[in-house]
Design a protein around this ligand. Structure first.
Ligand SMILES: Cc1cc2nc3c(=O)[nH]c(=O)nc-3n(C[C@H](O)[C@H](O)[C@H](O)COP(=O)(O)OP(=O)(O)OC[C@H]3O[C@@H](n4cnc5c(N)ncnc54)[C@H](O)[C@@H]3O)c2cc1C
Length: 474
């Protein structure tokens, strides 16, 4: 693809962006090229950080002209290798981190216009300052950025109530492969004037254009919340408990997470400060949060009586309701630390599947049974957003198994796990996306027609393959 050389590329980008626009600092470069998981390397030809939409346009035009593909990047917290450059130093890494302004915030419209490089936590703080909630909530929120959240259609623990990022985006500003700016940054909640183009870019993993800003929908900031953890015998009872709480609290139920015992053992062993949530150990747990706009709402009392009914009916075995915000935070810290703890516990094969909520118990039972039959001693960790049917299922090698022999099983383990998922009507990725990690799996499980339609969209919006080649599509 190259029509120009590195000297031309560096010269033209330096002239356009100035020295601040080219990243040379070793520490910064490391944070932009090191994957959150150590699986990949990233070798950019150059790393640029434009400060405005018009500078992004210039980068796109120069790269297109000289034939250097572009990899857009936000906080680099993605877990599928989608924001990394391939080997060989042929791609330009375009970081949005300097585009971090909140351009507008309106409480009548309940909308906020944020640039793509705003860190998610900063957007949440800005909304909270005016009594509003930006509901997206995930473990990486101190580093991930709005553009990355949109490009991955991030989910997180509050997706149960508010939906994934797609539901929170009202408009986008995007730099296209021609270097044009397409903007739908309106403060509109309804717009039926033709195809909803923004939806194409949401979840596109940087393959269709560079998102430079977004109009985001805000919600009301709850005045009160309550967090409860209960122990259950199996995922079947976990679903029964979830149903009871949902029937009682409806839209006030914001998060509902399933945690297998082994996840707590590993997290307590690996992450300082994590302690067992209940005095006795149980096989499975459900952690949930309800909230209310009413400062006098009796959330704990209602949760307590529901718990008693469920206990009498044999649905739950034990439980606790957080009595302070510190206790609630400790419970959510436990949940958010499970992923990090896994990193230290052998090499885990991470699956991020979704199935209909009613099929979660069947998925876990069948996947764990099948894998233990095939690979005795395998340790399968299951946890995640049970209310969305989105389970993180991460098998780790048997104690003492060498990494090389374990690595050779990846393809089979993926196939077994994903076959069961698809048989139950599910998806091979509910949150994290495809990136480099699941490209071949995508082709295996999507119909040829779906792949052809996706490829046609790519060909129309990015005919030269400028944006993020080698990701999502083969
Ligand atoms: C501890 C931890 C917990 C996590 N929990 C969750 C979770 O609960 N739910 C969930 O969904 N994810 C989760 N993730 C994954 C990750 O945080 C999300 O995918 C997040 O949305 C990525 O944002 P980012 O800014 O880091 O994007 P990056 O990693 O920088 O990029 C991700 C993708 O988006 C593209 N991209 C980035 N910015 C732009 C842009 N401006 N324009 C076009 N394309 C762009 C990149 O090219 C790449 O394809 C977690 C990750 C970690 C490390």
């Amino acid at each position: 693809m190259h029509r120009g050389n590195m000297a031309q590329l560096t010269g033209q980008l330096l002239e356009t962006l100035g020295p601040k626009g080219i990243v040379r600092d070793e520490g910064q470069l490391e944070s932009m090229t090191k994957p959150w998981r150590d699986k990949w390397t990233s070798e950019p030809a150059l790393v640029v950080q434009p400060a405005t939409t018009s500078e992004v346009q210039s980068v796109v035009r120069i790269c297109r002209e000289l034939g250097f593909p572009i990899v857009p990047q936000g906080g680099n917290t993605g877990v599928t290798g989608a924001a990394l450059c391939r080997e060989g130093g042929t791609e330009v890494l375009l970081s949005l981190r300097r585009m971090n302004r909140i351009r507008e915030l309106d409480v009548d419209d309940d909308m906020l216009i944020a640039e793509a490089g705003c860190v998610l936590n900063d957007v949440k703080d800005a909304a909270a300052e005016v009594g509003r909630l930006f509901p997206l909530s995930l473990g990486a929120q101190g580093s991930c950025m709005i553009g990355g959240n949109i490009a991955t259609n991030a989910g997180g623990i509050n997706a149960l109530r508010y939906g994934p990022m797609r539901n929170m985006v009202a408009g986008l500003e995007v730099v296209t492969a021609d270097g044009d700016v397409w903007s739908s940054l309106k403060l509109l909640r309804k717009d039926n004037s033709g195809y909803d183009l923004k939806q194409l870019f949401i979840g596109s993993e940087g393959t269709l254009g560079v998102i430079t800003a977004a109009t985001l929908k805000l919600s009301m900031l709850p005045a009160r919340s309550a967090t409860a953890i209960v122990a259950v015998k199996s995922p079947v009872e976990a679903i029964s408990w979830f149903r009871k709480v949902r029937e009682a609290f409806g839209g006030q139920l914001t998060a509902c997470e399933l945690i297998e015992r082994i996840c707590i053992d590993v997290t307590a062993r690996r992450i300082p400060g994590i302690v067992d949530p209940l005095p006795t150990k149980y096989p499975w747990y459900v952690l949930l949060e309800v909230d209310s706009l009413d400062p006098d709402a009796e959330l704990e009392g209602r949760l307590g009586s529901l718990f008693e009914q469920a206990y009498d009916a044999g649905v739950v075995l034990d439980g606790a309701i957080a009595s302070s915000s510190a206790q609630a935070q400790a419970l959510w810290h436990l949940r958010e630390s499970i992923g990090e703890a896994h990193r230290h516990e052998g090499v885990s094969f991470k699956h991020d599947i979704s199935v209909p909520v009613s099929k979660v118990p069947a998925f876990i039972a069948e996947a764990q049974h099948r894998l233990s039959e095939l690979y005795p001693g395998i340790r399968s960790f299951a946890f995640g957003h049970i209310g969305d049917g989105n389970i993180h299922f991460n098998p780790v090698q048997a104690e003492g198994e060498p990494a090389e022999s374990w690595a050779g099983k990846l393809a089979d383990i993926n196939r077994v796990t994903h076959d069961i998922t698809v048989k139950l009507g599910g998806s091979i990725t509910a949150e994290h996306g495809v990136g480099q990690l699941r490209r071949s799996e995508l082709v295996h499980y999507k119909s040829p027609l779906e792949i052809q339609m996706m490829q046609s969209i790519k060909n129309v919006l990015d005919p030269a393959g400028l944006f993020n080649p080698g990701k999502l599509l083969l």
